[in-house]
Write a protein that binds this ligand. Structure first.
Ligand code: G3H
Ligand code: 13P
Ligand code: ZN
Length: 330
């Protein structure tokens, strides 16, 4: 089966009342770990690449690694999604590469730092929707800003989404999915104590527009055991907390359908590599420690697929092609 449009995958998640994880990738081991988890749990899956990932992999590698994932897992619906696109140009590049979904993060200017006005956000998002839908490609927008900064991306300030504006934004732009800011942030250092997220924002948007899948960014749980392994084997991460799994489950019940996870995959890999090299000081074959990292990604992602309710849904529907999506958008 070819790569699947994200709109179909998330619409199906609404019907089945579950969440789909969108896992950030930069290399083969991450993709293999995620795909093993998807295959064993029979889960549809979103593989997403940030602009940083596209730069790191020199673009073509991501395209062909995703193609390998498809070939290796014929029964698993896979979306290839651009995470935090900063302009129409970046989205065009991803579509050219074969991505079946793009995010235009119009909550920030092209510098990925300065917050935009509602009007600016609508303008750039509408442009991307008009362009992407011509190719049958799905579009995720964002309204409101998260805290936290990843590789210089993010304003560092939290501006929670106004539900009334979100409803207007969806109508004006025609986005297929919308990322809400409900109090989460990117990266490992999210919270010092157990967070209170503004879950009512989700209900208020769903009440008005029930058919539009909502997205939670900054959804890593930052498991303490991963922090402990890293620190036990020479790391120096500070005390921190992520988004508790019960909060994510609650958000899914209320209407979140796409859950973005990057940090937990990073922590899992780092812990496994530190542990392997710490326990095997004579090791120098990269397959040994990258193999351990791949196993750790698999374990982490498998748990999420079960917790998000994605497990078991891979065969629920016949995936659409981009050609079929094009006809639906017309
Ligand atoms: O939301 C940001 C993601 O965690 C991607 O991070 O730009 O460092 O690849 P990155
Ligand atoms: P985390 O840093 O919580 O994993 O969030 C990732 C994300 O939102 C990617 O867009
Ligand atoms: Zn994000």
């Amino acid at each position: 089966m070819p790569l699947v449009p994200m709109k179909q995958m998330l619409d199906e998640a609404i019907k089945g009342d579950y969440g789909v994880g969108a896992y950030n990738v930069n290399n083969m081991e991450q993709i293999q770990g995620i795909m093993r988890a998807a295959s064993e749990t029979r889960s549809p899956v979103i593989i997403q690449a940030s602009r940083g990932a596209l730069k790191y992999t020199n673009m073509a590698y991501i395209k062909y690694l995703a193609a390998a994932a498809v070939e290796d897992n014929p029964g698993i619906p896979i979306v290839l999604h651009l995470d935090h696109g900063n302009s129409l140009e970046t989205c065009k590049e991803a579509i050219e590469l074969g991505f079946t979904s793009v995010m235009i993060d119009g909550s920030l200017r092209e510098d990925s730092k300065t917050p935009t006005t509602f009007k600016e956000n609508v303008k750039v998002t509408r442009e991307v929707v008009d362009y992407a839908h011509e190719f049958g490609v799905s579009v995720e927008g964002e309204l409101g800003t998260l805290g936290g900064i990843e590789d210089g991306v993010g304003s560092g300030k939290v501006m929670l989404t106004d539900p009334e504006e979100a409803v207007k934004f969806i109508k004006l732009t025609g986005v297929d999915a919308l990322a809400l800011a409900i109090g989460t942030s990117h990266g490992a250092y999210k919270f010092k104590v157990k967070p209170t997220l503004d879950m009512d924002i989700i209900n208020k948007v769903v009440e008005k527009i029930p058919g539009v899948p909502l997205v939670m960014h900054g959804a890593s749980s930052v498991p303490q055991e991963l922090i402990e392994v890293i620190n036990k084997y020479g790391g120096r991460l500070e005390k921190t907390m992520g988004v508790p799994m019960e909060s994510i489950k609650e958000a899914i019940k209320r209407g979140i359908r796409k859950i973005n996870v990057d940090t937990d995959g990073r922590l899992a890999m780092t812990g496994a590599i530190r542990k392997y090299l710490g326990e095997n000081p004579d090791a120098f074959d990269p397959r040994t420690y990258f193999g351990a990292a791949r196993e750790a990604v698999y374990q982490t992602v498998k748990g999420k697929m079960i917790d998000f309710g994605t497990a078991g849904h891979a065969g629920d529907y016949k995936p659409m092609t981009l050609e079929e999506m094009k006809r639906i958008y017309k």
